[in-house]
Write a protein that binds this ligand. Structure first.
Ligand code: PFF
Length: 451
């Protein structure tokens, strides 16, 4: 068997894992959810749930992955007893299916990012008709850019996660952050922005326990950190044994929340600025008019206020968004591809192309049935599958895996971990508290638990 890949440095892992975590979920998904769930209350609940649940589960995935050094199914099998093996298969394959379905809808939105980037380029050279086609919602446009996005994703995964993407991420992710900060500063000069910031930052605590808000925030916390599908387990399997896992995990979680928070500081005021400029955002009943298209409406409206510069800023923004989407999509595709390669014995290139094209077929089906399937697949995967699989990962880390093996794994890279706060709290926490919280959120959202 070929030697398994390993990240070349700590920085490479942090970048790859942050690249997976930071993506459309932060800049497209998070602000939409904030806007549809009453602003600050959602932000508050999301941050609390990330600390309470997402970080501990991220750690479960990383530590299992690094211990087993295999694809997700094989990793879970490796830490199982004979009796729990069926559960390992069920959990592993459910994760693979979920990662694939997530890629199914993600590629569609990522395709829009590419199209909007090209539209700005078309605007630059005065190709108005082309620009209109690129920004209009048509079957052909959607299909074209789904295909383009898959070619990019498959091309990278087929070659392994190369130094190329590591290097790209180092340079381009900071650029995205700088651009968002600059845009936040700019938006502060516009009418309506202050109202947006107020809505974003002032939680209405009476809404915090709203069942829809809770389940939505739970899903967002998992989705944003790429949890509950096995991505972080696979990435964990490529981490060197000399790394301190709790610290690495905390770094990735902090970067991810930070970027989502910043994206909200930009997009929510952008909505109010757009509204002040006459763009309709909410309908009479107070619901967002076009939630999926929110940032494709309000950000271009903002760029327009900048005149000629706006076209360049828009081009840059959508290029960076496309890159953020690719560093996430490669991590999704890596889950089934690692399995096809390691457990089923396919060559890497072949695995990437076969699996990638099958998942592309899923995206095509969604594009043809957009109205029915798009939202449904998002809800199914992010609101339900990811948290439930996350809990199964906790069951593996807390109940199934032998505690001394878990401790030994963590001691590699942090020999004194036994005396740390992390070791005193985390094992019991993932064993009991995490599953209970998720269960309570589910029961509450189904009306079975009234608080
Ligand atoms: N975390 C990514 C984002 O916020 O855009 C989405 C994601 C990546 C979800 C990888 C799941 C995954 F396995």
């Amino acid at each position: 068997m070929a030697a398994r890949g390993e990240f070349s440095s700590r920085m490479a892992f942090v970048l790859a894992a942050s690249g997976s975590a930071i993506g459309l979920g932060n800049i497209w998904g998070f602000p939409i959810k904030v806007a549809s769930n009453g602003g600050g209350a959602f932000v508050f609940t999301y941050v609390v749930l990330t600390f309470l649940l997402a970080y501990p589960i991220l750690m479960a995935e990383l530590v299992i992955g690094r211990h087993a050094k295999s694809d997700t199914v094989a990793s879970l099998v490796k830490i199982s007893s004979r009796k729990s093996r069926p559960l390992a298969f069920l959990t592993g394959y459910w994760g693979i299916l979920t990662a694939s379905l997530i890629l199914g809808f993600y590629a569609i939105v990522a395709g829009w990012m590419i199209a909007f980037g090209l539209a700005s380029a078309a605007d630059l050279i005065g190709a108005n008709a082309q620009s209109e086609w690129l920004t209009g919602f048509s079957l052909n446009r959607n299909l074209t850019f789904v295909a383009v996005f898959y070619l990019l994703t498959i091309g990278i995964v087929a070659n392994g996660v190369t130094a190329g993407i590591e290097k790209w991420s180092t340079r381009l992710m900071p650029m995205l952050i700088v651009l968002i900060l600059a845009l936040i500063a700019y938006i502060g000069t516009q009418n309506g922005a202050a109202e947006g910031w107020r809505v974003y930052l002032q939680p209405d605590f009476s809404r915090v326990l709203n069942p829809d808000l809770l389940i939505s925030a739970l899903g967002q916390a998992f989705f944003s950190l790429s949890l509950g599908v096995g991505t972080m387990m696979v990435y964990g399997s490529y981490i060197s044994k000399s790394e301190n896992l709790p610290k690495l995990g905390a770094t990735v979680a902090a970067i991810d929340i930070g970027i989502a928070f910043m994206a909200g500081l930009l997009v929510i005021p952008a909505m109010y600025v757009a509204q002040a400029n006459g763009v309709t955002i909410y309908n009479e009943s107070g619901a967002l008019i076009d939630s999926d298209g929110l940032i494709f409406t309000v950000l271009p409206a903002l760029f327009e206020t900048m005149g000629g510069t706006g076209i360049v800023v828009s081009l840059l923004f959508f290029i960076l968004m496309t890159i953020a989407a690719i560093t996430s999509s490669i991590s999704m595709l890596e889950v089934p591809v690692a399995h096809a390669q390691e457990s089923l014995g396919l060559a890497r290139k072949k695995a990437a192309w076969v699996v990638g094209l099958v998942i592309m077929a899923v995206s095509v089906v969604i594009v043809f049935n957009f109205g029915v399937l798009f939202g449904w697949v998002i809800d199914l995967t992010t609101k339900y599958s990811e948290p439930l699989i996350g809990i199964l990962f906790c069951v593996f880390a807390g109940w199934i895996w032998k505690r001394n093996e878990l401790l030994q794994e963590l001691q590699q890279g942090k020999p004194d971990v036994e005396n740390s706060f992390f070791w005193k709290v985390w094992p019991a926490y993932v064993k009991v508290v995490c599953p209970l919280i998720v269960l309570m959120v589910f029961m509450h959202s189904f009306g079975l638990l009234n608080v």
